[in-house]
Write a new protein. Structure first.
Length: 159
């Protein structure tokens, strides 16, 4: 018999994105502060980046923007699929392979649309998702919350 998990060990704020999956907090690898602007680049002269970071997920911890690592410039420069940094922003780099699906916590708010990618590869929009009287949990194993098609805010991913 299937059951709804009610105890969670890890959590992270969801940054909706049409291109980037939700990073599992257990996959946190590197953190730091950028020291230069370079378009779609993460530049940190004190870092020692390697090609192993290709495919990793980067969060700008200052602005809460998110991107994928798509290229390797050198040991201090990573190429991203989006321009998410300004001077002196903080960053966190997550291993992209650690999300085997999470539940989504929805805080009290008017029911709205929530568009997700499930672990099975299905893209589905839940309409009138949420509750204006109580918090709720979406009991679906989710890899990504889409930006376009999602109206709910302040979501949290739970493992």
């Amino acid at each position: 018999m299937k059951f709804l998990k009610t105890h969670y060990g890890r959590a992270i704020n969801v940054i909706p994105s049409d291109t980037v999956n939700i990073p599992n907090p257990a996959g946190l690898g590197l953190t730091g502060t950028i020291d230069g602007e370079g378009g779609n680049q993460l530049i940190d002269s004190s870092a020692n980046f390697t090609t192993n970071l290709l495919g990793a997920i980067v969060i700008n911890t200052t602005t809460q923007d998110i991107a994928n690592v798509v290229g390797f410039g050198n040991s201090t420069i990573l190429i991203l699929d989006a321009n998410i940094f300004n001077n002196s922003d903080g960053y966190a780099i997550y291993n992209s392979d650690n999300n085997q699906g999470c539940y989504i916590y929805i805080p009290v708010q008017e029911p709205e649309n929530l568009k997700v990618l499930t672990v099975g590869g299905d893209i589905i929009t839940f309409t009138k998702c949420g509750n204006k009287f109580a918090d709720s949990i979406l009991p679906v194993n989710v890899l990504k919350v889409f930006d376009r098609g999602t109206d709910i805010i302040d979501l949290i991913a739970l493992w």
